[in-house]
Design a protein around this ligand. Structure first.
Ligand code: G1P
Length: 309
């Protein structure tokens, strides 16, 4: 069965960005000139997932407005002949059919994914976390879907990180799958996973593989999530459910693989990473990149400090 649905958890309170997120959802903070969550919906759409479910919560209404048509602004831009901006604001409404369900209380990522159960039904589906932006030139999700088609079960994205950073992520023990799993991926980039631990200390980490925020899940995950007790931080953790799912018989939807990602990823999870993401993406921006890069070089060289420009 092909994957057509994407689930994007967007119910987090955004406390790390207060006061900016007092009235504005953190998912709408701009990364250069596009709200962070639009990059994620673009990625889902580019992987062929045009059915997107947002898991939202209180104060998140503006996210839905962003993906809706804005007839009044469109009419104004049309009148002015500003076709570039007109295309840009229409694009967000045309990327996918957006659905929403509310997570009634902040009970963790696993619980947020469980809120998608009725919408997803009995199909494999993708989960994309908004704090991780994957460069549009890297077809990670498409490759993960191909691995799911080849091996069944569920698939997560993995990235090697220095041991002292592993406690920021879920981690897993990983055994390489021999040979080529799908023609798009080189041999040695797919691993069979077991022993998943959410945010382990460096000493207890099963490997230096971190799980990054892309998942292709078998619907069997819902039954497992329903039985998953609160874990780290008192929250229902997706990582704990995946640890259990890895042990389930493949004939019943179990089994878990990881695809190693070595492309460009931008983390927007906290303020410092967010600033780095903005700078890196601004340097790549087709209109702003060259001028911004020239200014940044001067700034770093100390030439533009204390200037009022
Ligand atoms: C979540 C997951 C974690 C994963 C991370 C990827 O954590 O719980 O397993 O490694 O996303 O970004 P969060 O960053 O939401 O705390």
């Amino acid at each position: 069965m092909t994957v057509t649905k994407a689930v994007i958890p967007a119910a987090g309170l955004g406390t790390r960005f207060l006061p900016a997120t007092k009235a504005v959802p953190k998912e709408l903070l701009p990364v250069v000139d596009v709200p962070a969550i639009e990059y994620v919906v673009r990625e889902a759409s580019a992987a062929g997932l045009s059915n997107v479910l947002l898991i939202t919560g209180k104060t998140k209404g503006a996210i839905l407005d962003h993906f809706d048509r804005a007839w009044d602004v469109e009419a104004l831009l049309e009148e002015k002949g500003d076709l570039t901006r007109l295309r840009a604001i229409r694009q967000s409404a045309e990327l996918a059919i957006i659905h929403a369900v509310r997570q009634p209380a902040p009970r963790g990522l696993g619980h947020a994914v469980l809120c998608a159960k009725e919408h997803v039904g009995d199909e494999p589906f993708a989960v994309l976390l908004g704090d991780d932006l994957i460069d549009a030139r890297d077809p990670l999700l498409t490759n993960m879907i191909a691995v799911r088609q080849a091996l069944g079960g569920s698939v997560v994205a993995l990235m090697r990180v220095p041991r002292d950073q592993i406690s920021l992520y879920g981690s897993a023990a990983a055994e390489p799958v021999p040979g080529v799993v799908t023609p798009e991926l080189p041999a040695g980039s797919v691993f069979r996973l077991s022993e998943l631990v959410e945010k382990p200390s460096p000493a207890e980490a099963p490997s230096d593989f971190a799980i990054i925020g892309r998942y292709v899940l078998d619907p069997a995950v819902f039954a497992v999530l329903e039985e998953t007790a609160p874990g780290r931080g008192g929250e229902i953790q997706l990582t704990d459910a995946l640890a259990a799912l890895a042990q389930v018989d493949p004939a019943a939807g179990g089994g878990l693989h990881g695809v190693v990602f070595s492309g460009r990823r931008y983390d927007t999870g906290d303020r410092l990473d967010y600033l780095k993401a903005v700078v890196r993406m601004a340097l790549d921006h087709p209109e702003l990149g060259a001028d911004f890069g020239a200014w940044l070089t001067e700034f770093v060289d100390g030439k533009d400090r204390d200037s009022s420009q």
